[in-house]
Design a protein around this ligand. Structure first.
Ligand SMILES: NC(=O)c1ccc[n+]([C@@H]2O[C@H](COP(=O)([O-])OP(=O)(O)OC[C@H]3O[C@@H](n4cnc5c(N)ncnc54)[C@H](O)[C@@H]3O)[C@@H](O)[C@H]2O)c1
Length: 442
């Protein structure tokens, strides 16, 4: 994209290796700081990491190409197969093929890119986000924003210092039903909330058996670059494609599912960093070589004075729910991740006085304006609102629905829960020093 005065927007990288190492090596034009995209400027995007989620994000962006005047100008993936597929998909959406890049540095150095989407595996979210922010690019980064505290912090700092507009990929924040529920909670209708309970289940060897493990060949990708900040280990197709099961790259249930859940709790409760976390779990259902738990439960305490229990089992698909339990009412989100069905139930009487009290507790569905139907109990990951919100914020330079601070906070909660599980020790958040400790901060 060109600035209205005709000067190219992009900045110059002098040394990409130094970027990964954390150096500030950019001689950026003052212009790109604080610059506002004109209403008629097309936003030029590059998508980094176009696997399963990436394919979905490409489709979402494609749906918004006209309404939001955007184009996927380049795609970047280490794996040749994924590059070829992404080029073909985006050519269909835009009528011309995007440039195919292999290495992140090429994407960050391209002068015609305004922003990047990052949907690589989670161990590389924060390092790549930091590089992108340092290069002056806005970013949409998948959740969790990070899973190594120092890396997540560095990415957040880079985004803030460089005044970048970053949307973190917890898309339920931009869906109408959670937005209506969040607004209702802000009115105080629940009274004092002392506990939030979340149960999201699934029956099956989740994240094992991906088709891609049979397709990937080391010669078709760059294993060392995939590892990024991790020590070298021999190429392993399962780690490459099923990274969610391997401790060094993902915490599994916390990174994948709890990040969505706890992100909503932080937003609803307006309290973003747990005071402490304890966890338990194990591999009980699927003995298939996975390192990460298939059955996991964590209990977090928050400074405002409430507990959050988060629980997932992959060995049984009993119905999911989230309950915000207040003295005046309960907000029940009926269903698992992203369910639009929210119900407000008045906290009237108790079970000791009347075993059937549930039947006489007034309840109502929480509906967005203009909606009258009972909401469904599930939703896919293809809603457009979150991406649209990011594009709108790139133009207005306002903060999007899931800011880098929000992403940092959900990452901290997931890291604390994962560490409590692995160490067997209660973890504490030292807010002053932004550190996770295994003893209460002084
Ligand atoms: N928001 C949601 O609802 C949602 C849903 C699914 C997945 N996700 C997130 O998306 C992320 C990706 O998951 P996935 O299933 O698509 O993974 P995937 O393995 O299918 O895709 C990752 C792609 O990134 C590429 N890649 C890895 N490192 C790279 C690098 N340094 N540079 C360039 N390309 C690189 C790989 O070659 C691969 O094609 C996960 O972190 C997950 O949490 C979010």
């Amino acid at each position: 994209m060109n600035d209205s005065n005709g000067i190219g927007r992009r900045r110059f990288l002098s040394n990409s290796a130094a970027l990964i190492a954390g150096g500030s090596v950019l001689a950026r034009t003052a212009l790109s700081y604080g610059r506002t995209l004109g209403a008629n400027d097309r936003i030029s995007l590059c998508h980094i990491g176009i696997g399963n989620r990436g394919k979905e994000l490409d489709w979402i962006v494609g749906q918004l190409r006209t309404s939001h005047n955007v184009e996927m100008t380049a795609i970047c993936d280490l794996w040749r197969l994924k590059r070829d597929k992404a080029v073909a998909a985006n050519e269909k959406y835009y009528g011309r093929a995007p440039r195919a890049l292999r290495n992140v540095e090429e994407a960050l150095a391209a002068k015609d890119i305004d922003a990047v989407l990052i949907s690589t595996p989670e161990h590389s979210h924060s390092p790549i986000l930091k590089m992108a922010a340092g290069a002056g690019l806005d970013a949409y980064v998948e959740k969790p924003m990070g899973n190594v505290l120092s890396e997540a912090k560095a990415a957040r700092d880079a985004v803030i210092q460089n005044k970048r507009i970053v949307q973190v990929g917890t898309q339920h924040r931009s869906e109408p039903h959670p937005r209506a529920a969040q607004e209702l909670v802000q009115t105080g209708v629940l009274g004092d909330v002392s506990k939030v309970e979340i149960v999201w289940n699934y029956h099956g060897p989740r994240w094992r058996g991906r088709e891609e493990t049979k397709l990937i060949r080391e010669a078709d990708t760059d294993w060392r670059r995939w590892l990024l900040t991790k020590p070298y280990r021999p190429f392993d197709p399962q780690v490459y494609c099923e990274f969610r099961l391997y401790k060094e790259f993902s915490s599994g249930i916390p990174d994948q599912w709890m990040s969505h859940a706890i992100d909503l709790v932080h937003w609803f409760m307006n309290d973003s960093f747990p005071r402490s976390a304890v966890s338990n779990g194990g591999v009980y259902a699927w003995h298939d070589g996975r390192e990460n738990a298939d059955t996991f439960q964590t209990l977090l305490e928050y400074p405002k004075g409430f507990l959050v229990s988060y629980s997932t089992s992959f060995g049984n698909d009993s119905p999911g729910f989230t309950r915000y339990m207040g003295k005046k009412a309960t907000m029940v989100n009926i269903g698992g991740e992203g369910s639009p069905r929210y119900q407000l139930v008045e906290e009237k009487g108790n079970h000791e006085q009347d075993a059937d009290i549930d039947q006489s507790r007034p309840s109502k569905y929480v509906l967005p304006p203009g909606e009258t139907n009972v909401p469904p109990m599930g939703i896919d990951d293809m809603t457009l609102g979150h991406m649209a919100n990011w594009f709108e914020c790139m133009r207005s330079r306002q903060q999007p629905h899931c800011t880098v601070q929000d992403g940092y906070a959900h990452s901290v909660a997931c890291m604390m829960s994962a560490e409590a599980y692995w160490s067997g020790k209660k973890q504490y958040w030292d807010a002053k020093n932004e550190t996770i400790l295994d003893h209460p901060p002084a």
